[in-house]
Design a protein around this ligand. Structure first.
Ligand SMILES: Cc1cc2nc3c(=O)[nH]c(=O)nc-3n(C[C@H](O)[C@H](O)[C@H](O)COP(=O)(O)OP(=O)(O)OC[C@H]3O[C@@H](n4cnc5c(N)ncnc54)[C@H](O)[C@@H]3O)c2cc1C
Length: 435
């Protein structure tokens, strides 16, 4: 199937100026409707439009809000397999100069002498993944959506108020009275997905008594492409390498703190906040500075009972929300995108209904197990490491030391971090969907 998107290389572009691009119709039609233009919904929109599947993407927030640099201060560890997906659908090129390769990961536990060390060189030349700031990922996705405008309608700000499923299609009614009728609707609405509720799909989960404090720091010494995960009694403290900006070395911090004290850290004057960070980072990066605002995120785990209901499917955090301890939540969403794109494009090429039950059942089987396993692993890791109980600490430190010494086990875990194990969708294996 030929590429349906135009190159915007060299075109001056301000993503915040992006606006809705729908024709003035009250009744919009497309092959697929995606509700939620977050990182997962936007990636799916780019992937489908690139393969000629006409797509309408709806978000309750205006593009100018979603694309404002201060909307989302997080940076994401993008696994190697997800990088391949983003490259295949034309998004990665828009991130030139804005990503930092993760060459090593060092995991340490409090003051214990053991640490687990992953080095990409043990597996080959490719990095373990790359860090990208979410504001840059959102802008790159917006640029690619614009280049696919012939196949992609952006409808925002608009919310879905009702959903009607029929034998041949599904109609979403928007709060401004317009309707969107498609063969398949995807809820990529994040954790509080309204369509999931409208379809009566239940959710299991719990909150963690922890908050994720996110900040960007500048530092005097280079990070050398090394990501650090330091386990402290309140939870993991991650120092993640970002590209230099204006000659300043930078890293993104995800500081997991106890829920009952996180607000008081968030409210500290800048110098005192920085002093708390410096105490946790240690001296290896040299003098630290704070860049931009701080952000805080409540943490929890949730899991949808099923991923499909008639012509509705769930993807990303709408289907599974996990602890950020392993930097895998978005990567699971990218896998959902790659799997769903493969199933939809295959159906289109074969002239099948895009929501044919066999395809959607395959999506659920394929993605639900993988996501459940990762949700379980992150939950156990967080419980095991976020405490200072001596016998548990001794046991886990011995475990880290053992993993570090057993070469094959360590390589297996490194491949997990790279997202290259399991039944990978074709777009994540570096293959295209035309073959
Ligand atoms: C501190 C922290 C650090 C993290 N770090 C990493 C990392 O390094 N690597 C990684 O892989 N993952 C990471 N994650 C997880 C990752 O950020 C999430 O998994 C990911 O952002 C989920 O994206 P999403 O598009 O599914 O949902 P969301 O980002 O929640 O997007 C949902 C979108 O849907 C829209 N919407 C919602 N409801 C409606 C509606 N009814 N109608 C219309 N629009 C609607 C919203 O406006 C929003 O734009 C981290 C998470 C946290 C909290």
């Amino acid at each position: 199937m030929q590429d349906r998107c135009k190159s915007l290389a060299g075109v001056p572009y301000d993503p915040v100026s992006m606006t809705e691009n729908t024709p003035p119709s009250r009744n919009i039609r497309a092959d697929v409707a995606i509700v939620g233009a977050g990182l997962v919904g936007s990636t799916l929109a780019c992937a489908l439009a690139k393969h000629g599947v006409t797509t309408a993407v709806i978000d309750r927030l205006a593009p100018s809000t979603l694309l404002a640099p201060t909307f989302d201060g997080r940076a994401s560890a993008v696994a190697l397999s997800a990088q391949r997906l983003l490259r295949a659908i034309g998004v990665w090129d828009h991130l030139a100069g804005q990503t930092e390769a993760i060459r090593e990961i060092r995991v340490s536990d409090g003051d214990a002498p053991f640490f687990l060390h992953y080095d990409h060189a043990d597996l080959g030349d490719e990095p373990l993944g790359s860090m990208a700031e979410n504001r840059h990922l959102r802008a790159a996705l917006a640029k690619q959506m614009l280049s696919c405008a012939d196949h992609l309608q952006i409808i925002s700000p608009a919310s879905v108020t009702s959903m009607a499923q029929r034998a041949d299609d599904i109609t979403l009614t928007l709060d401004d009275g317009r309707t969107v009728t498609t063969a398949l609707a995807v809820s990529a609405e994040g954790r509080n997905a309204a369509l999931r509720g409208l379809a009566g799909i239940g959710v299991t989960g719990w909150t963690y008594p922890q908050i994720g404090i996110v900040a960007t720091i500048g530092h005097a010494r280079s990070h050398d492409g090394i990501a650090h995960e330091h386990f402290l009694p309140a939870g993991p403290f991650a120092i993640l390498p970002l590209p230099d900006d204006g000659g300043v070395h930078r890293s993104s911090l995800v500081w997991t703190e106890r829920e009952d004290v996180a607000d008081s850290y968030m409210a500290l004057p800048e110098a005192a906040f920085l002093a708390e960070i410096a105490e946790r980072v240690g001296g290896f990066l040299g003098e630290l500075s704070l860049i931009g605002p701080r952000f805080s995120h409540p943490l929890g785990l949730q899991f949808a009972a099923q991923y499909t209901s008639g012509r509705l499917v769930l993807a990303g955090d709408a289907a599974h929300g996990i602890h950020p301890i392993a930097g895998q939540g978005l990567n699971l969403g990218f896998r959902d995108v790659a799997a769903l794109t493969e199933i939809i494009v295959d159906a289109k090429q074969l002239g099948l209904d895009l929501a044919h039950p066999g395809g959607l059942a395959r999506y659920q089987r394929w993605r639900r197990t993988d996501n459940l396993v990762m949700a379980g692993v992150t939950d156990v890791l967080n419980r095991l490491f976020s405490n200072d109980v001596t016998p548990i600490r001794l046991a886990r430190d011995a475990g880290l030391g053992v993993v570090n010494r057993i070469g094959p086990l360590k390589k297996f875990l490194m491949r997990h971090a790279m997202g290259t194990v399991g039944e990978l969708p074709r777009l994540m294996r570096g293959e295209n969907l035309n073959a």
